[in-house]
Design a protein around this ligand. Structure first.
Ligand code: MIG
Length: 687
């Protein structure tokens, strides 16, 4: 049951797909305090209430105790006290004796104080008086989330090849470097499906261009890679370089497609290409125009993109620089006021992503002129929408890979997200684990973090542990920043362990892809907290570092340096499978309760649930080579059970074909349990 309440005159956000009439009833659960443009929604939480949601946000699965501000931010230093990251996902679920969900559909910033100021008080503060608020009633958090997901519409569906292992690094400068990366993976026997092209593939960081010098005969190169089972995935930045003769710039100016200052001139910010204009993605003509430009690359054979810098991120503006200059000029070097030193620092080091700059340019939302800060959170989402809508036309029958850095709920229908510039820190591996279910709650299913960490120098053990978790995330991409230590699977000493870990991913793809597809098609989650399935188990309720992945397995990743294993809580009897490689495994049936599980740094544990089946295919070097005619079945059952696997060609869009499911079953025949499947079963490991 969903109730919608309208405040003021909200700017359409495109978040909600269902038609929901405003409710005539009074609002349940939340009390309004404040008035007019300072509305605060208030709720008194029970001591035991858990608050789920907020998608891409800091801290744990349970958001209690924290302060969060939805304001899409380019935040490369994600320390624990940061309250804004790249996405704005204003959906929370309060779960306890009373269960309800709240979605604040508001184009401007929104603050959630979830027991930060006072431990039992939840305060939600929209940053403007114009917004819709939805209250969702349901028996459980899980049920509320499913209602919410249905309301916001089906999540973007990625092609199956995007479940292969992917390698990225900011600094692959030319075709030869990319060739070398591919060759080294292949030589080491490490599976690989995609290599990312970061900003250096472009000519002068100009969107939709390819440097002739560094990538001569780009279509030929794309094909050469494709023949080796590799897709190239280029980056597209939000800002358009100001350069006479550059068609995107010229057209954008001519059609008035860039964001404008108050005086009607095109707004300028310094980003990678130098002086740039920002396309006004809030305008439908601009979306159509910018979207159509991806064709320059799809015509070369490109099948996937990542959209970056779309918060939008700005290094500086001319206005900011001249303010800083003026400040410096009038700075009194003879001051005895130590406060001046901090002021000086502040004035000179906060030139990027300034609020003042966000308040100084405007969008033309199909006739309605809106200042940027009022719709800030929608900008990146509309860049994703521009690409997503274009792909419907450019590639009507074939799925494209698309994910973005910035997002607002609604963009989950057009693309996935990655979680931006994390660091090679153990704490960010844990954050990655805890964030996955929250992202799923908000509709982002095709998602993942930069494995190994983007900033800082990674270490071999951190990389191995992070990959061991990344094996389960739809986007399994190793990405790192320019200037950091190399972290490709062959760059951190003996590559054998990396090869083995990645081989596990490839044999899990049919299962992961199947569960991913079911999650998308049924508005469900791929990563679930234990309590969503074991609701009567009070201990399971607070477990945050173990997750259910699809219907058959539970994972418990190791995320601590030097750990020789970890404690794992089993909410029921399960089958532990420890993988050393796709083929090398050890098994142990474990009883419900707490166990210490030894896990070496080159191993991956998973737990097959009771009366569930895990199908595995033979590992391979890329999804092109994946053999889905033969399977191994791992099952923990003493009765007849079945697993229905979603299985299609992985690229076409005809998702609901009746023959999209194949069955794997354990059936009793004359008192003996055996495998019965639509596919060849080469081995049954039944426990
Ligand atoms: O200012 O394109 O988050 O993944 O490698 C940095 C360079 C711009 C930020 C992205 C990161 C990417 C980097 N970009």
């Amino acid at each position: 049951m969903i109730n919608k309440y309208v405040y003021g005159n909200p700017i359409p956000t495109n978040a909600v797909e269902s038609l929901i009439e405003p409710s005539s009833e009074g609002m349940q659960y939340l009390t309004e305090i404040g008035h007019e443009d300072k509305i605060i929604f208030n709720y008194v939480m029970d001591d035991d209430d858990i608050v789920y949601g907020l998608g891409e946000a800091n801290r744990g699965l349970n958001k209690r105790g924290g302060l969060y501000r939805s304001f899409c931010s380019d935040e490369p230093n994600q320390t624990e006290e940061k309250i804004s990251l790249y996405g704005a996902h204003n959906f929370i679920v309060i779960s306890g004796m009373i269960n309800f969900g709240v979605f604040v559909d508001c184009a401007s910033e929104v603050t959630f104080d979830i027991g930060y100021t006072a431990s039992n008080i939840l305060n939600i503060k929209p940053g403007c008086p114009d917004f819709d608020i939805y209250i969702i009633d349901g028996k459980t958090a899980y049920d509320i989330i499913k209602q919410f997901r249905e309301m916001i519409g089906r999540s973007y569906i990625a092609p199956r090849w995007a479940f292969g292992y992917q390698q990225s690094r900011w600094s692959y400068m030319n075709a030869d470097e990319v060739r070398e990366v591919v060759k080294k993976h292949r030589d080491a026997g490490v599976g690989l499906d995609a290599v990312y092209l970061d900003i250096d593939y472009m000519d002068g960081y100009k969107d939709f261009t390819v440097s002739e010098e560094r990538f001569p005969d780009f279509p030929g190169f794309v094909k050469e890679m494709r023949d080796q089972g590799i897709r190239l995935v280029p980056i597209i930045d939000a800002g358009v370089k100001i350069e006479e003769g550059y068609d995107i710039y010229e057209e954008g100016r001519q059609y008035q497609f860039f964001c404008k200052r108050a005086d009607g001139t095109d707004f300028v910010a310094g980003v990678w290409p130098g002086r740039t204009h920002f396309p006004d993605f809030m305008n439908s003509n601009v979306r159509m125009w910018f979207g159509s430009k991806y064709k320059a690359l799809t015509d070369c054979g490109i099948e996937g993109f990542w959209n970056d810098m779309n918060e939008p991120a700005m290094f500086y503006t001319e206005e900011g620089i001249s303010e800083a200059k003026q400040y410096l000029e009038s700075f009194d070097f003879n001051t005895n006021d130590p406060g001046k030193f901090f002021e000086l620092n502040d004035k000179l080091t906060h030139l990027s992503n300034r609020m003042k700059d966000y308040e100084s340019f405007f969008h033309n939302m199909d006739g309605r002129i809106v200042r940027h800060d009022q719709v800030h959170n929608l900008y990146g989402a509309n860049m994703t929408r521009a690409a997503g809508e274009a792909f419907l036309k450019l590639s009507p029958d074939k799925r494209m890979l698309l994910f973005s850095r910035s997002s607002y709920i609604g963009s989950h229908r057009y693309g996935g997200i990655w979680t931006g510039d994390n660091q090679s820190w153990w704490s960010h591996l844990l954050l990655n684990i805890k964030m996955m279910p929250s992202l799923n709650m908000c509709g982002y299913i095709y998602s993942g973090a930069d494995l190994g960490g983007f900033g800082c120098n990674t270490t071999r053990d951190l990389m191995l542990r992070w990959l061991a978790f990344g094996i389960f995330t739809p986007l399994m991409r190793n990405h790192s920043a320019l200037g950091t230590r190399r972290q490709e699977a062959y760059s951190l000493g003996d590559s054998e362990d990396f090869k083995n870990l990645i081989s596990i991913r490839y044999s899990l793809i049919p299962y992961l892809y199947s569960e991913y597809m079911k999650a998308c098609l049924n508005n469900d989650m791929l990563f679930k907290p234990l309590s969503f399935e074991y609701s009567a188990d009070t201990f399971a309720r607070n477990v945050e570092d173990q997750l259910l992945v699809g219907e058959s397995i539970m994972i418990a990743p190791v995320y601590e340096q030097n750990a020789q294993g970890r404690y794992v809580y089993l909410p029921e009897d399960m089958l532990l499978v420890v993988f050393k490689s796709s083929a090398l495994r050890r098994y142990q049936v474990l009883r419900k309760g707490l166990h210490f599980i030894p896990v070496a740094v080159n191993e991956v544990p998973l737990f097959v649930r009771k009366d569930r089946i895990l199908p595995l295919c033979r590992t391979c070097q890329c999804t092109d080579e994946m053999d889905t005619s033969m399977f191994e079945m791992i099952a923990y059952a003493d009765t007849s059970v079945e697993y229905r696997m979603y299985s299609d060609d992985g690229v076409s869009k005809n998702y609901n074909r009746p023959n999209s499911y194949v069955s794997f079953a354990i059936r009793e025949n004359n008192g003996v349990l055996g495998a019965v499947a639509d596919k060849t079963i080469v081995k049954l490991s039944l426990f």
